[in-house]
Design a binder for this molecule. Structure first.
Ligand SMILES: [Zn+2]
Length: 287
């Protein structure tokens, strides 16, 4: 197995995490309004006060369905210094999502469902590709699922509208978008659950494997210190909404003893949460 792809079979599901790479993310963007004396002892920051940020997407193979959770960067090169995309420095890229899927025997045309946690660039740029000068869905046989609230809100002001809007336009023109309101079952055992705060229509994905529950949390958390401090989060987030969402969902993750996958934790970014004091603790799986 390639070293940028992690897999585990659970019940009827094969869960795969593919990392596109990692970089250094300045805390001035990654952590809003927390005094240095509070974060310094708890955050693993480098000499320029950056944290490591990984770029992970998830694939779920079920009998009769091939499901991609977020699409990563696709054709957008986040290492191009002339076009800074997400404020991440010194990005190291792996062969990427499509190559990672190929190691699993999954071709783009095999993907049946694409579910978005949200439409920030690092999650949506890979939704389309350019073919003969036209932008078309990168997964030509898939339906693309996102909350209606997210579709309305994107691109947000702090996002690259010039790169996000063309993704939406091309998906809409192809007639492949499915907008969801509320908690919805997309296919048997797979639910998109609204989890706002990171963005107006952010959602998490719950998969019932028949041998345990797996959640893909998208950007509900960006670093492990956020589990101990539910009000720690990057800039430009809706603080009250995100705190309420975390408080609503964390007890559910604990009660279900769920396996969790997170977009930007260190690959493979798979673990569980446990209650700890008046908050929670991240417990990574042994690899
Ligand atoms: Zn993200």
């Amino acid at each position: 197995m390639a070293d940028y792809v992690w897999t585990r079979q659970l019940g009827r599901a094969r869960i795969a995490v593919i990392t596109e790479g990692w970089g250094r993310w300045p805390l001035e963007r990654g952590l809003a309004g927390v005094p240095e004396e509070q974060w310094r002892p708890e955050v693993e920051a480098d000499h320029e006060d950056c944290i490591r940020l990984d770029l992970n997407v998830v694939h779920v193979a079920l009998p009769g369905a091939s499901i991609l959770l977020d699409t990563g960067f696709g054709e957008v090169d986040p290492t191009d210094p002339a076009r800074p995309v997400v404020g991440i420095r010194d990005i190291t890229m792996t062969p990427g999502v499509e190559a990672g899927l190929a190691t699993l025997g999954v071709r783009p045309a095999d993907v049946t469902h694409v579910l978005f946690s949200h439409l920030h660039g690092d999650h949506v740029f890979g939704a389309t590709r350019t073919v003969d000068g036209r932008r078309v869905p990168a997964f030509p046989r898939a339906r693309y699922y996102v909350t209606a609230a997210e579709w309305r809100a994107a691109p947000e002001q702090h996002q690259r509208a010039d790169l996000v809007q063309p993704q939406k336009d091309a998906l809409e023109a192809a007639g492949v978008v499915e907008l969801l309101d509320g908690e919805r079952e997309v296919l048997p055992g797979v639910r998109l659950i609204p989890a706002a705060g990171e963005s107006p229509g952010h959602a998490v994905v719950r998969v019932d494997t028949g041998d345990g529950i797996v959640y893909y949390l998208g950007d509900l958390f960006h670093q492990v210190a956020e589990f101990r401090h539910l009000d720690w989060m990057p800039r430009w987030r809706d603080r009250d909404t995100l705190v309420a969402t975390r408080q609503r969902l964390l007890p559910r993750f604990v009660a279900e003893r769920a396996l969790l996958v997170i977009a930007h934790l260190r690959f493979p970014a798979v673990g569980r949460v446990e209650p700890a004091g008046d908050a929670y603790r991240w417990v990574p799986v042994e690899e």
